[in-house]
Design a protein around this ligand. Structure first.
Ligand code: AMP
Ligand code: GLY
Length: 425
């Protein structure tokens, strides 16, 4: 079968890499892809929101399954668009993708079904929001309702910061339409983890736990990024906690979506805060996490293709999903200046040597090929990933590969996975 992966980041390279290993997959196409995806498949120059061209391509190439990476096309209804044309595609339809598309929808859903999350209130007017802020005080978290490229959340430590955030979102419209409505919610304290499940609308099968590193610099300092690295498993998620997450959050959410007439098929990603009172939802995403996927898929022993197909065909309960007990770590190498301004087009060296290391795979994110050279082409450039028998070993293995790779201005966090090691000590 031929498959098509939509997107161009590290997550999509990991998906294409894993799918290319499937017994049933003869060819992987990636639209638009990057220099790394070209190593495991064929890049196609079509943008992720160009549904017409993507569907035409899927039809003419007789693609057996399309897998969508980013949230934008999902929230905009790419799954419905493909299905209306008789094309097989993996992911939630537009109605269900609202779980990421509207923070207010999700908070109302969680409240209605008693699923643990932060106390919140939604607003369209700045005056009402400010009155609520007067009542609740700081710290408090301000969130634009809609999709804001991962930037619509402002964690406010002081009253003044919160007042400013309300203005930024509702009055200055810094996040555009996404900020037509605003959520103010309680700041939760604890350790953050990422938890993803496969869902066929009814049955769920968990992936292994992982932890992202959103701030740009070591010790969680600096501005938030798309994620500077991830590792799996996250030891904060004990076996007991995992059961609690599945029973009090993941399964009830899938059931609630079904009851609301928004059957959820695909990957459901929960950003969780492990608080003193137990796990609570910070956010849901309607897709695979990035960079979590890079640290998780190398641990999947099963073939990914039939798992994805069983989600859409509602046969997940019969599907085996087997994970390796090894650990995995992904260190992101970014362009100097990211997440602010940065330069592109820097030559990347050492990729060949790094790839020769055992149990190592360098996932590309912002890269492009020019003649024989690989050049940087984005903020997050590479996700240098390695397995190990322990978390400690996987971390050491990834940094060994990182040390071999050079490009001008490259920077990376030196403490990916350190939280897990601190816990073990
Ligand atoms: P999100 O875009 O929803 O993932 O939020 C970005 C980051 O803001 C999260 O990864 C958390 O670190 C933080 N955050 C969001 N909501 C809360 C909350 N209610 N309490 C504490 N931190 C939060
Ligand atoms: N790693 C965060 C995300 O995928 O949204």
């Amino acid at each position: 079968m031929k498959v098509l992966v939509i997107g161009s980041g590290g997550r999509e390279h990991a998906l294409a890499w894993k799918l290319s290993k499937s017994k049933e997959v003869e060819q992987v196409f990636i639209a638009p892809g990057n220099a790394g995806t070209a190593l495991v498949g064929t890049n196609v120059e079509i943008g992720v929101n160009d549904f017409e061209k993507l569907a035409e391509f899927a039809q003419s190439e007789e693609i057996g399954l399309t897998v969508v990476g980013p949230e934008d096309p999902l929230v905009n209804g790419i799954v419905d668009f493909f299905q209306e044309r008789g094309l097989q595609i993996f992911g939630p339809g537009k109605k269900a993708a609202i779980i990421e598309g509207s923070k207010i929808f999700t908070r109302d859903l969680l409240q209605k079904y008693g699923i643990p999350s932060a106390e919140y209130k939604a607003f369209t007017g700045a005056e009402e929001a400010k009155a609520y802020l007067h009542e609740k005080g700081a710290p408090i978290v301000a969130k634009a309702d809609g999709l804001a490229a991962g930037k619509g959340v402002i964690v406010c430590e002081t009253f003044e910061e919160a007042e400013k955030a309300i203005g930024q979102i509702l009055i200055e419209k810094e996040f555009g339409e996404a900020g037509n409505r605003l959520v103010l919610e309680e700041k939760l304290l604890g350790e953050e983890v990422s938890y993803m499940v496969f869902s066929d609308g009814k049955t769920i099968k968990p992936m292994v736990s992982s932890q992202d590193h959103k701030p740009a610099f070591d010790n969680d300092k600096g501005p938030n990024t798309g994620g500077m690295g991830a590792y799996s498993p996250a030891p904060v998620v004990t076996g007991e906690l995992e059961v609690e997450v599945l029973e009090t959050i993941m399964q009830p959410t899938i059931d609630a979506m079904r009851k609301e007439g928004k059957e959820y098929k695909g990957v459901l990603y929960a950003g969780l805060m492990i608080t003193k009172q137990g796990p609570k939802v910070l956010e849901f995403n309607c897709r695979f996490g990035d960079p979590e996927t890079q640290a998780i898929l190398p641990r999947l022993d099963s073939d990914l293709l039939p798992i994805l197909q069983s989600c859409m065909g509602k046969t997940l309960s019969e599907q085996e999903v087997k994970w390796s007990s090894r650990a995995c770590c992904c260190v992101v190498m970014a362009s100097g200046g990211y997440p602010g301004k940065y330069e592109k087009g820097k030559g990347i060296f050492g990729l060949g040597e790094a790839a020769k290391l055992p149990a190592t795979v360098v996932f590309h994110a912002g890269t492009r090929q020019e003649a024989s050279k690989v050049l940087s082409n984005g903020g997050r450039v590479l996700g240098v990933t390695a397995l190990g028998d322990t978390i400690k070993e996987s971390i050491a293995n990834s940094y060994r590969a990182v040390d071999l790779i050079k490009f001008e201005g490259a920077y990376f966090r030196k403490d990916i996975g350190q939280k897990a090691l601190n816990r073990e000590n």
